[in-house]
Write a protein that binds this ligand. Sequence first.
Ligand code: FES
Length: 173
Amino acid sequence: MAPGLVEPAVSAESTRSLSSVTTDFDDTLRFYLNGTKVVLDSADPEVTLLEYLRGIGLTGTKLGCAEGGCGACTVVVSQYNPTTKKIYHASVNACLAPLVSVDGKHVITVEGIGNVTRPHPAQERIAKSNGSQCGFCTPGIVMSLYALLRNDPSPSELHVEEAFDGNLCRFEG
Ligand code: FES
């Protein structure tokens, strides 16, 4: 082989055409949202998860910076991890995540974990401890804490602190 030429990592005989791999694909988006199945045909790939959520009235998820810096838009996206054989709950900046990225996953918003009459323990403790001021960033903080507690019901103080790394409060930074 001439210098500078590299052999393909996969032989030509073992590759399949793109169309043979994608024959079972369709343009329908399927996911769960707060426990309810959602099916969307021809979802716009440029729409963010945040735009979609707020557009259907789930306005507990806030729009702050719109560039992944403040955490006001934090939601939880849960999915099965075939390696660990467990469900992993990720805190996600909905302002950056395309709506189409949640195909096959479960999106949980602050509306999905509790309400005023039946709050999630994270919501209840923040409320009883006067843990918010204007409250704009609070849903994102609650969802970061929710993701942590779903993955680890007894987190260390360090892990709690780390879970809030992406959540900013306008009053306290
Ligand atoms: S709106 Fe600030 S991180 Fe998404």
